[in-house]
Design a protein. Structure first.
Length: 189
């Protein structure tokens, strides 16, 4: 089980151990490790494997936590330009620029490859849902017609991640096209 409160506690041994584990995962992913397991991560991080078994339900949970840290760090605050189209366009481009960086793309692909079953929730998606809600909420306060939050996730965010996972181009023009398409779906909920 992932404990985000513990992860954000500054300083101390817990913080050093977590940093070592995150770094180990990053190195393994960056090296294209075929199989990332708790014993492999523990060995690389210089910690006892029980530390990992105690903290995370499985490798997929650890990879996902590292991916959330890696994939949502930049551009945490969503643009606030005064226009839904501009906000969504800039936000989509920030995400596209960020997740197409080689080390970010490797995290994403490793996270996906570590999944062995369907998950009930995805922290990366939940973070993007919060951000979409913020953009849509501001637009609605301004009286703009908006697509639904799920439409934005399904028609802007998901395709960006899909393209990166499958090594398809996900550049600024693609991001702008996705936003144009989803804005055509805009309707007041």
């Amino acid at each position: 089980m992932s404990h985000h409160a513990a992860a954000s506690r500054p300083g101390g041994r817990s913080s050093r151990v977590l940093t070592a584990i995150y770094t180990a995962v990053g190195e393994l992913v960056g090296e294209g490790a075929d199989r990332i397991t708790f014993p492999v991560v523990a060995d690389r991080a210089g910690v006892n494997p029980t530390t990992l078994y105690r903290r995370w339900d499985g490798v997929h949970a650890l990879l996902e936590e590292v991916a959330v840290a890696a994939l949502t760090r930049d551009g945490e605050s969503v643009p606030d330009t005064g226009s839904l189209q501009q906000d969504l366009t800039q936000w989509a481009q920030i995400i596209a620029d960020d997740i197409t960086r080689p080390h970010r793309a490797r995290y994403l692909r490793a996270m996906v490859s570590a999944r062995t079953e369907v998950v009930a929730r995805c922290p990366v998606t939940e973070r993007r849902r919060e951000q979409a809600s913020e953009v849509v909420g501001r637009a609605r306060e301004r009286g703009e017609r908006t697509p639904g939050i799920q439409q934005i996730l399904d028609h802007v965010i998901a395709p960006l991640y899909h393209h990166v996972v499958f090594a398809l181009p996900a550049d600024g023009e693609y991001a702008r096209r996705l936003v144009r398409d989803v804005l055509a779906m805009a309707e007041s909920e």
